[in-house]
Design a protein around this ligand. Structure first.
Ligand code: SAH
Length: 218
């Protein structure tokens, strides 16, 4: 069961969480405002109602997690989303990150490989508030060529290598943010496609994501 009520208590806990994330180094006001606007407890079972506002990841079923709020803020800040940009997200999971991107004014295309999670997302009433989010059941390694090219691509699972299809689907001047690494710990990267077709790669902090797995699961 999900909660559908956003009480003053939830709002207070959320404000505190966003202040903590600010203290941890996230300074983009638009990102912080988006976190403040979205009731994270709606994305979890009501058993986690208050814990939803602790800065940690939580289980969402099928061995998957909703990312830690700090991590969501970190990736979103690196992505530099502007209103009306076309953004492709790999790993919809709970849908929380997709909603944060939509709050920033993006048109969001998001892919989840697990059919069970995809079916959950389709039933999730709150997402109907966001007609700018389109959810697909598929393999993120393939991307979504039908709607390419994208201004931004965000991978929210640990990628063992930079998926070539995704680089192809990026606009010139576009950015791809991903946690890159084969082991337990990955390093955040931002790849920018330059005018001459070359890629600029920037390296950031270490994180621990669930793996990006090839092929879609029925
Ligand atoms: N962005 C999510 C975080 C989900 S965790 C959120 O806000 O809740 C990562 C998700 O990536 C999992 O749901 C997992 O099933 C999915 N995933 C892993 N490999 C994938 C792939 N190749 N294509 C699409 N989704 C994938």
């Amino acid at each position: 069961m999900r909660s559908t009520e956003d009480t003053y208590r939830h709002q207070g806990l959320r404000k505190k969480l966003v202040q903590d994330i600010h203290k941890k180094g996230i300074t983009d006001e638009r990102v912080l405002d988006a976190l403040l606007a979205v009731p994270r407890h709606f994305f979890l079972d009501s058993a986690f109602d208050e814990m939803a506002y602790e800065d940690r990841a939580f289980p969402i079923g099928e061995g998957q997690t909703i990312s830690q709020p700090y991590t969501v803020a970190y990736q979103t800040e690196l992505l530099q989303v502007q209103p009306f940009m076309k953004v492709l997200e790999i790993g919809t999971g709970s849908g929380y990150q997709a909603v944060i991107l939509a709050e920033l004014g993006a048109y969001v295309y998001t892919i989840e490989r697990q059919k069970k999670l995809f079916d959950e997302l389709k039933k999730f009433e709150f997402l109907k508030k966001y007609p700018t989010i389109k959810i697909f059941h598929g393999d993120g390694y393939e991307g979504l060529p039908a709607y390419a090219p994208y201004d931004r691509i965000l991978i929210t699972a640990a990628a063992p290598f930079v998926p070539p299809r995704l680089v192809e689907q990026l606009k010139t001047g576009g950015m791809l943010v991903l946690p890159l690494g084969k082991g337990q710990v990955q390093q955040m990267r931002r790849i920018t496609k330059l005018e001459n077709g070359a890629l600029r790669e920037e390296v950031f902090d270490h994180f621990s994501f669930v793996p990006m797995v090839e092929g879609k699961k029925s």
